[in-house]
Design a protein around this ligand. Structure first.
Ligand SMILES: [Zn+2]
Length: 215
């Protein structure tokens, strides 16, 4: 089964991807992770990516295209894939269609997590991260035993730069401008399932299982 999972920042894509991957034994393909890995391993590609990142530039579509093409050509992908955070733009969606066509593959299901913006604000701005071990908490949903202190290592809990209201609004603007049109692009395929991601993770995953079926 080949799946795409989409949704604005904070809608729970990461959590759901993890659950889907464990339950359905598909390969989780995250372009962000692949880029980071290439940089860490200092591959030819990684060095190129590093250049763009150091210059504060977006990694160009051709580079992403090649990474995806290489990944999908590997053998393990035959058991099915789950894309998380890609395609991010309509151009990338068209690219992906082209790649899948070349490899004689299809997308079977697109899950779009929809969450009310007020809930997104609460989720993101309430997030606290341990400065030391990076464990993540939430002031309401998953508070530490002692306010401002990590349960695991006693480190100080901080609000990451990405988790401020300003940063969230900027990412949401980008999302609505670039990624929302991707969902419109896929609507015509009849594969898009809109799911209310504003609920408890278990409830959301039950809905996803009902759609994906099987086990
Ligand atoms: Zn800690």
């Amino acid at each position: 089964m080949n799946i795409l999972i989409m949704g604005a920042p904070g809608t729970g894509k990461g959590t759901m991807s993890q659950l889907i991957k464990e339950h359905y034994d598909v390969v989780h393909v995250s372009t962000g992770d692949m880029l980071r890995q290439a940089v860490e391993n200092k591959t030819t590609l990684g060095l190129k990516v590093q250049e763009y990142m150091s210059a504060g530039a977006l990694v160009p579509d051709e580079v992403i295209h090649n990474i995806i093409l290489e990944r999908l050509a590997k053998d393990d992908i035959k058991k099915g894939f789950l894309f998380d955070g890609y395609p991010r733009t309509v151009k990338q969606a068209i690219d992906l269609d082209e790649i899948l066509g070349k490899l004689n593959m299809n997308i079977d299901c697109i899950i779009n997590l929809d969450v009310d913006v007020e809930i997104l604000k609460e989720r993101i701005t309430g997030r606290r991260t341990c400065r030391n071990c990076k464990e993540i908490y939430h002031i309401k949903n998953m508070p530490p035993k002692v306010e401002g202190t990590c349960d695991l290592c006693g480190g100080e809990l901080i609000t990451r730069e990405d988790d401020t209201l300003e940063a969230l609004m900027k990412r949401l603007d980008e999302y609505y401008a670039s990624t929302k049109p991707v969902i419109d692009y896929y609507e015509k395929t009849g594969l898009v399932h809109n799911i209310d991601g504003g609920r408890d993770a278990n409830e959301v995953f039950e809905d996803i299982k009902a759609i994906l079926g099987g086990k």
